[in-house]
Structure formats: structure tokens, C-alpha cells
Write a protein that binds this ligand. Structure first.
Ligand code: NAD
Ligand code: DAU
Length: 347
């Protein structure tokens, strides 16, 4: 691995480690480092799932604490025990933020404040804040660099933008060693099946309709979660406090094309794809200039075709994992569907 800060022998606090990216990161780091220790602080909301971490739950290097990042007393007990923080815990689903923004503001903004404020009174090597490319808002051409202004457009991305700038303020004001990353759309194993790619894969496996918003022309830059984990490792080692790093992959694909690829990979008919009423305020396109992290020595290794094939294979072989949690999200989905009537039904 690249020279720089050493993670060997260190103890990390990972928040939101029972979620999609967090559980992938924990697997990745425990495989890479024999003497790294991890505390995973997670509230276990609907999106947190200890099944994601069954294989490491008895690993002496790993400790799970169920709790809320907003609980200052709890965070004050944990922070002195660690050398550094990787902060992932958040409410993350844009559609849910449109229906009810409250938890997004409380967890994503206030929860981040609690962590930063407690960290201020502890000597940390770094506080890596995981933001998102959505803080920049949408753009039709070109791509965003780290110095561009933020124009978030959903309650989710606005909450993340608040957290992002709060983290930066703790660097400027208190010289906290904060580093910020803004990753693009992740996909891969263990992603909750309410997000686009796992929802479409699991619906296709069940031969249920694939609800494509609007005309399916929205574009996302798809980053395989394993590449994201490598990027986070790179920033932990070589990142500079006070700096922001975009993490993109150059895999810009319109949603309709992603949906078609999924049906093809699973040998299902394209007629499963249904155009439904658009998400309100739906960002058309996200695109990042990720030259800055590239100059640290990172670049993605997994092409979209390879990553999507691996993801489809994973969901095909882990039906028990997704069936259990998909059932739990059905109430939300029904509420959502009644809120956004199916466009075909309207026409
Ligand atoms: P996720 O929804 O799969 O997991 C979030 C985790 O945070 C869950 O385990 C949940 O239980 C936990 N959590 C929520 N509220 C909490 C609280 N108050 N206290 C403690 N734990 C709490 O999310 P993800 O997709 O893994 O995203 C992780 C982070 O990466 C988020 O900050 C998200 O904004 C950011 N991000 C995600 C993507 C993506 O495409 N998934 C892209 C860019 C940035
Ligand atoms: O860009 C990074 C962000 O990516 C993260 O910060 C968020 O946490 C993460 O949820 C994701 O946000 P998106 O809104 O881009 O992801 P989602 O999977 O919800 O949707 C991806 C695209 O697919 C988007 O254009 C909306 C569309 N979509 C989504 C769903 C759930 C559909 O067409 N139909 C659907 O049912």
C-alpha cells in the first residue's frame, strides 16, 4: 500500500458500519490489516443489518456497539478509545427524505455535529467524513471539482451538505484533522434493496415490474463498492486534513441502460421495465472530476460491466439475505407507490 499515515496497529471508530458501505469497508480493512482494530457504532435503523457482518462478529479485532451517533454521552465514552474516525452513519435514501426529512436533518446534520464536537476534545489522527457527490446538485455537461459551490436539491443532499460544511468548519475553526470525501453512486453486495440497482435486480429475480422514474434518462456515475473502500483507505493514508476528495469512476450510465443490462444479465424480458411518475426534484446527472484522489495514487479497478455482473451474481446467490429485509421495506414501498401513482396507470 502507498506510503503515508500507517493504519497498522490502530483502532478505528466506524459509524454506520452495519450498512452497505460500512460493512463492505469493515470486511475490506480486516482482510487488509491483521492488526487493525475496529469499533462499529451503529443504531441499526431499518438499513443497518448485522447479517452483513456475521463472518466477523467473533473476530477479536472487531467490536460492535449498538447506539445512536446523536447520543453524546455514549460517543464521549467511545471516542477516547480510538485513534481515528470514519463517519458513514446517515439516513441515505433520497425518496425517504422526500416523504419525511426530519430524521435526515437529525442524524445527518446533528449526529455529525455530536461526533465532531466530541472528537474536538480527543486527540485523533484523522476524522474522515463521508459526504456525497449529491451535495453539488445536478449538471447537464462537464463535471464538478472539489472547489465548486454546493447546490443540493433534495432534503437528503441538503442535510449531507450541512454535515459536509460543518465538518469543514471544525477543521478551519478548531484545527480538527477532518478530511472529506464526496463519492458517487455505489453499488455491490449488501446494498439495501430499496436502492435502484438492488431493487431492480431483486424485482427482476421475482419477475416483478422494475419502476423506472421519468423517462429513465437520468445519469449516475456508478462506483463499485470495493473500489470505494480502496479509495477510503487511500484517503486515510495519504489524505491531507482540511481537503475534500471527489471519488468517481467515469462509469456514467443512463438509468434505462442500467435497467436493460440487468434484465439481460438475468435473462428476463425488458417488458418488466415500467416508466413511472418521476421523483420530485429528480437530479438529472451527477459527474465528478476525481483527478485529485487519482494524484494520490487511487483509481477504480472494476468496470461497470464487471461490477454489475458480480452484483447480479451476489444477489442471485443471497436470496435469503435480501428476502428478509425486503419484506421489512414493503410498508414504505406501498406508501411510496400510493404517493407517486404509476404513470402508465394514469395514461
Ligand atoms: P446505508 O443506508 O446502507 O447505511 C447507513 C447505516 O447508518 C445503517 O447501518 C444505519 O443503521 C446507520 N445509522 C443511521 N442512522 C444512525 C444513527 N443515528 N446512529 C448510528 N447509526 C445510524 O448507507 P450507505 O449507502 O452505506 O452510505 C453510507 C454513507 O455513505 C452515508 O453517509 C451516505 O450518505 C454516504 N454515501 C453513500 C453513497 C451510496 O451510493 N450508497 C454514495 C455516496 C455517499
Ligand atoms: O450519488 C450518491 C448517492 O447515491 C448517495 O449519496 C445516496 O445515499 C444514494 O442513495 C444514491 O442516491 P440516488 O438517488 O442517486 O440513488 P437511488 O438508488 O435512489 O437512485 C438511482 C437512480 O435511479 C436515480 O436517478 C433514481 C432512479 N430510480 C431509483 C429508484 C429507487 C428509479 O428510476 N427507480 C427506483 O425505484
Amino acid at each position: 500500500m502507498a506510503e503515508g499515515r500507517s493504519l497498522a496497529g490502530k483502532k478505528l471508530l466506524i459509524t454506520g458500519g452495519a450498512g452497505f458501505i460500512g460493512s463492505n469497508l469493515i470486511h475490506f480493512l480486516l482482510q487488509e490489516y491483521s492488526d487493525l482494530r475496529i469499533i462499529n457504532l451503529d443504531k441499526l435503523t431499518y438499513a443497518g443489518n448485522l447479517d452483513n457482518l456475521r463472518d466477523v462478529e467473533n473476530d477479536p479485532r472487531y467490536e460492535f456497539i449498538q447506539g445512536d451517533i446523536r447520543d453524546r454521552e455514549l460517543v464521549e465514552k467511545i471516542m477516547p478509545r480510538v485513534d481515528a474516525v470514519v463517519h458513514l452513519a446517515a439516513e441515505t435514501h433520497v425518496d425517504r427524505s422526500i416523504l419525511d426529512a426530519g430524521e435526515f436533518v437529525l442524524t445527518d446534520v446533528f449526529g455529525t455535529f455530536v461526533l465532531l464536537d466530541v472528537a474536538r476534545h480527543n486527540q485523533l489522527e484523522f476524522f474522515l467524513h463521508v459526504s456525497t457527490d449529491e451535495v453539488y446538485g445536478s449538471r447537464e455537461t462537464g463535471c464538478f471539482s472539489e472547489d465548486d459551490p454546493l447546490h443540493p436539491s433534495s432534503p437528503y443532499s441538503a442535510s449531507k451538505a450541512g454535515a459536509d460544511r460543518l465538518a469543514y468548519a471544525y477543521w478551519v475553526t478548531y484545527h480538527q484533522p477532518v478530511m472529506i470525501v464526496r463519492p458517487s453512486n455505489n453499488y455491490g453486495p449488501y446494498q439495501y434493496p430499496e436502492k435502484f440497482i438492488p431493487l431492480f435486480i431483486t424485482n427482476a429475480l421475482e419477475e416483478k415490474p422494475l419502476p423506472l422514474y421519468g423517462r429513465g434518462t437520468n445519469v449516475r456515475d456508478w462506483l463499485f463498492v470495493e473500489d470505494h473502500c480502496r479509495a477510503l483507505e487511500m484517503v486515510m493514508i495519504k489524505g491531507i486534513p482540511g481537503e475534500v476528495y471527489n471519488i468517481g469512476s467515469g462509469n456514467e450510465v443512463p438509468n434505462i441502460e442500467v435497467a436493460r443490462k440487468i434484465t439481460q444479465l438475468l435473462g428476463k424480458p425488458e417488458s418488466l421495465i415500467r416508466l413511472v411518475k418521476d421523483r420530485p426534484g429528480h437530479d438529472l446527472r451527477y459527474a465528478l472530476d476525481w483527478g485529485k484522489i487519482k494524484s494520490l495514487g487511487w483509481q477504480p479497478q472494476v468496470s461497470f460491466d464487471e461490477g454489475l455482473q458480480r452484483t447480479v451474481n451476489w444477489y442471485t446467490h443471497h436470496e435469503e439475505w435480501w428476502r428478509k429485509i425486503k419484506e421489512k421495506s414493503l410498508d414504505y414501498r406501498r406508501f411510496y407507490q400510493s404517493y407517486y401513482q404509476d404513470r402508465q396507470a394514469e395514461e
